[in-house]
Design a protein around this ligand. Structure first.
Ligand code: ADP
Ligand code: MG
Length: 253
């Protein structure tokens, strides 16, 4: 019963079948990659898998629980955590606060004195701070913990976003183009920690345009075109599909 599954899922926007009858499942401990041309429905799939948009038809099931139509908050409490193609960080807050706020929206940076809060709250905040610092350390960002996010490079912001996702202790991690706007070296720097978390049982669903990276990191790949899955299997098998091969050649680095 374990797994994050989309079952015959569709999502229409006005006049557009963005996703049309897709089924996929991410198992704990695997990295599933999704590739396809621009506009083929990859981000919509990510939005469906994380509860950010509701399906027009079909179901989303997380570890045996039907979450179709549930809020993204409900998905998050079922362990589904995602990152965004365009980053969503709080520019004015410090790196550390961004990671902590992302994990628990109820824990806000200190606007009123900590003394007004009950002891349980302070204990929890301390634990959260330790976890946030641990993940910033894993991503080589310890020295930036007190810096405002607004002062960071794009690659550093990606790492903050990833630290925030990991600090939330996901069962399933969904990444929409982690390589967007960062150089290949920085994307490579995220590989070890993604594989390590995967080894610890996290299921990862990742959309990425850097196909060399997809080939190295993913256990399994889905190829999508015009809202449908056209190929599934190893990167080599999917990349050879006639609907995808011309696109892959066009975007090869
Ligand atoms: P990809 O991530 O593969 O580039 P998307 O999932 O973003 O593709 O988009 C798939 C299709 O759905 C595109 O034709 C896009 O224009 C359309 N689409 C996506 N989101 C919306 C939206 N909120 N409103 C209208 N059309 C949308
Ligand atoms: Mg997209």
């Amino acid at each position: 019963m374990k797994g994050l599954s989309l079952l015959s899922i569709s999502r229409d926007f006005v006049g557009v079948h963005a996703v049309a009858g897709v089924s996929l499942s991410v198992d704990p401990g695997e990295v599933l990659g999704v590739i396809g041309p621009n506009g083929s429905g990859k981000t919509t799939l990510v939005n469906l898998a994380s509860g950010a948009v509701a399906p027009s038809a079909g179901k989303v099931v997380v570890d045996g629980v039907d979450l179709t139509g549930a809020s993204s908050t409900r998905f998050a409490s079922a362990g589904v955590v995602r990152s965004y193609q365009g980053l969503r960080l709080f520019e004015g807050l410090s790196v550390l606060d961004n990671v902590m706020v992302g994990v628990q929206r109820g824990v806000r940076p200190s606007l009123i004195g900590a003394w007004t809060r009950p002891p349980g709250f302070r204990r929890r905040e301390r634990r959260l701070r330790v976890a946030a610092m641990d993940w910033l350390g894993e991503l080589g960002m310890t020295g930036f913990a007190a810096h405002p996010v607004g002062a960071l490079s794009h690659g550093q912001r990606r790492r903050v976003e990833l630290a925030r996702a990991f600090a939330a202790d996901p069962a399933y991690l969904i990444l929409d183009e982690p390589g967007a706007g960062v150089d290949p070296h920085q994307l490579e720097g995220m590989t070890g920690i993604i594989r390590e978390r995967c080894g610890a049982g996290v299921g990862v669903l990742v959309v990425e345009h850097d196909h060399g990276w997809v080939e190295r990191v993913c256990d399994r790949v889905l190829g999508v075109a015009d809202g449908v899955v056209v190929a599934e299997g190893s990167f080599a098998v999917v990349a050879a599909h006639p609907a995808l091969a011309p696109h892959l050649r066009a975007t090869a680095p």
